[in-house]
Write a protein that binds this ligand. Structure first.
Ligand code: GLC
Length: 712
């Protein structure tokens, strides 16, 4: 950026500086034509570039990549970056230079309406994939906007609800993906959430946006509100919030100028906000024009392209995001002609490709799984479709399955059921689909059940299925990908980014979702997702990280670069992965860290039984081997200590008796610390399928770790 921002900010009149702190309209910032400062156009969203229209009907078509949960299921940063670059190019074709994505809130509860948009229940998987998404977008000259800071994990009363949680949980879980976005990916913009956190709206909290985001992490990009978020108070005039969206201005802009004139807000804060907005324009090369040039982007036409190469890339991405949960050998489907396949279910003709709300786009095209499957099964194999709706429809479906060589039943939710703006009320399949699945499975022992959803679905009705595939709204090419995977042209490359629980009552946030009296208690604390089920020793339907392949792999004995780790050092785990099967496939090697000793011991500190700290995805031909290196930095073993500044005074007032019992370690300075002890490194194919256990002695430290490190 060749622009002298100080000079440019100084050249702005006070009312111009204030004008830059609020949008001009739904999707653009305010141009300052006197100085050649153009408007900056933005566009949703994570799945595709919607463009500049407020309603869905008038949207121009857009590419539709796999949703966040599907990208999460890929466990593949390179794939995520390739998909997000496609979205970014579509944003440019619609005149936008800021993409309002990725969504990195955690899948805390199965019923959150926007689970499909988020990557995972795990903060490290979310952070690593979000970083790849951001890099893919920003390498195309578009600013990514990591959202929604923070704890936006319910749609119920989302503007007023307060997510209430302790500082350690906030740091170790919910802030971590944002920390990755800022520190690893250099995200250029960030959106605050609608909800309150511990009783206050985020834009009004200096603690989150000024002290942590800017002060600790060094973020100097633009912080914007979510659209029409709560009226921000003048306190936000002095926090790190820069931009009120959308325009026209309500609390910022002229109102902020008035607050400055009245002496209620210091003008320096307004100048800082304007500087951040100009800094973003400068980083995007939009300030290089001479003063007085017409505003670029404000009236851009939209010319979205539908490219064959994008279709091919998204077909591969969708296959790599499909998770094969169970397979008795029926897949890949190999049928000798003449044969018949029954394609059944309300989601069979057009499997849903995305979820609802601001992430929803109007795709360039919709594919039919019936056509895709007919093209994939080859000559002599007939594919016949029956929707299976209602009693008569189920009977026809059962009859069709009964006279077919195999059956594929496609059930699940869609963008109406799973959407921004409302949560689901249960994990159950929509009415009638369980009965359809059960009766078709009974009619044909070679039934494949495909579940299309953005979040966990109760799968009790599929116990009789020969195979089950989980498809997390896999984007515009998901029908081709399903046909490719079912017939074996592609391998299902996905692994679960979220635990599939047996029942809602077992879930971590049960009883605390979606909250009551305007408060959502995050009472499960650190134990989100698999951390909960493992700490409570609860059985699940399918564990985090699970996914079958069409081939098999051997994870060779790992070696560790050290068996004693000094404070602040990093270690490396190396192993060989071999494809021991008869066909090519992909494997995701996962490394979890387990803390020393029994967690939750008296005086001890609660630690999750294991935490994902590194992973690597490899693709191997039959018989091929490759080396995998997993790097673990010092924070892979750390916890966040909020410090106990009242301890010295409490100790001073204790009775002098000797029976003080075991005492915890009370730190005086907050930060990331490592408790000394013997940690286990668990290497496997899922959180529940651990192939190897290594132990390493890790030195503890009385000083906090250098804050600039990230785990994994
Ligand atoms: C929405 C969403 C946000 C989106 C914005 C603009 O309400 O919460 O993710 O980017 O408004 O549509």
């Amino acid at each position: 950026m060749s622009v002298d921002l100080d000079r440019l900010v100084a050249a702005l009149r006070p009312e111009e500086r204030a004008a830059l702190t609020a949008g001009a309209d739904m999707w653009t910032t305010v141009p300052i034509e006197r100085l050649g400062i153009p408007a900056l156009r933005m566009s949703d969203g994570p799945i595709g570039a919607r463009g500049a229209t407020a309603d869905h009907q008038s949207l121009t078509p857009s590419v539709a990549v796999p949703c966040g949960a599907a990208l999460g299921a890929s466990w593949d940063p390179a794939l995520v970056a390739e998909a997000s670059a496609i979205v970014a190019r579509q944003a440019l074709e619609k005149g936008a230079r800021v993409l309002l994505a990725p969504t990195v809130n955690l899948q805390r509860h199965p019923l959150w309406g926007r689970n499909f948009e988020a990557f995972s229940e795990d903060p490290l998987l979310s952070g690593v994939l979000a970083s790849a998404y951001i890099e893919g977008v920003q390498d195309e000259g578009v600013a990514a906007t990591v959202k929604h800071l923070v704890c936006n994990e319910t749609e119920f009363e989302r503007y007023t609800s307060s997510s209430d949680l302790d500082e350690r949980t906030l740091r170790e879980l919910y802030l971590l993906p944002f920390e990755f976005a800022v520190r690893r990916a250099g995200v250029l913009a960030l959106m605050t959430s609608y909800n309150r956190v511990n009783g206050r709206h985020v834009p009004d909290q200096a603690r989150l946006v000024t002290e942590i985001l800017r002060g600790e992490w060094g973020f100097d990009g633009v912080v914007m509100t979510d659209w029409w978020a709560m009226t921000i108070t003048e306190e936000a005039g002095e926090t790190g919030l820069d931009l009120e969206m959308p325009g026209p201005a309500r609390s910022f802009g002229p109102a902020l100028a008035g607050a400055v004139e009245a002496g209620r807000v210091d003008e320096r804060h307004v100048a800082e906000k304007a500087r951040h907005v100009l800094g973003l324009l400068g980083r995007l090369g939009l300030l290089d024009g001479a003063a007085g040039e017409p505003a670029a982007g404000a009236t851009a036409e939209e010319h979205p392209q539908d490219r064959p190469e994008d279709r091919a890339a998204l077909r591969r991405a969708a296959a790599d995001s499909l998770v094969l949960l169970r397979n008795d050998g029926v897949l890949p489907l190999e049928l000798a002609a003449p044969a018949g396949v029954a394609l059944i279910g309300p989601r069979a003709l057009h499997p849903p490709i995305l979820g609802g709300g601001s992430a929803k786009v109007r795709p360039h095209y919709r594919l039919s799984l019936l056509e895709a499957l007919r093209a994939a099964v080859g000559a002599g194999v007939e594919v016949e479709h029956e929707e299976g709706a209602g009693e008569a429809g189920i009977e026809r479906a059962v009859a069709l399955a009964g006279r077919s060589d195999a059956a594929v039943v496609v059930v699940g939710t869609d963008e109406v059921i799973e959407s921004e703006g409302h949560d689901r009320i249960s994990m159950a399949l929509p009415a009638g689909q369980d009965e359809l699945v059960e009766r078709v499975c009974r009619a044909n022992g070679r039934t494949v059940v495909v579940v299309t959803s953005g979040a966990p679905i109760a799968l009790d009705s599929a116990t009789g299925a020969a195979a089950v595939i989980q498809s997390f709204f896999g984007g515009q090419e998901v029908a081709h990908a399903l046909a490719d995977v079912i017939t074996g042209r592609s391998e299902p490359g996905g692994r679960l980014p979220v635990t599939l629980p047996l029942r809602l009552e077992d879930t971590p946030a049960y009883g605390n979702f979606p909250g009551e009296s305007s408060h959502v208690r995050y009472s499960e604390g650190l134990l989100v997702g698999y951390r909960w089920y493992e700490a409570r020793r609860l059985a699940v339907a399918y564990p985090f990280g699970h996914g079958l392949s069409y081939t098999s792999f051997e994870l060779g004995a790992p070696s560790c670069s050290t068996d004693r780790l000094e404070q602040g050092d990093a270690l490396r785990v190396e192993l060989t992965v071999r494809n021991t099967g008869q066909r090519a496939g992909s494997e995701v090697v996962q490394c979890y860290v387990a803390p020393p000793g029994e967690t939750g011991r008296p005086g001890g500190r609660l630690r999750a039984p294991k935490e994902l700290r590194a992973f690597a995805k490899v693709r191997l031909e039959a018989g091929e081997s490759t080396g995998v290196v997993l790097e673990l930095g010092p924070r892979a073993f750390a916890y966040y200590d909020v410090a106990d500044t009242e301890w010295p005074e409490l100790v001073a007032r204790r009775p002098p008796t000797g029976d003080q019992g075991e005492q915890a370690l009370h730190r005086s300075r907050p930060g990331w610390y490592v408790e000394g002890g013997r940690y286990a490194l668990l290497i496997g194919r899922s959180s529940a399928d651990i192939a190897h256990r290594l132990e390493v002695d890790v030195a503890g430290g009385d000083e906090p770790l250098d804050a600039a490190t990230l785990p994994g």
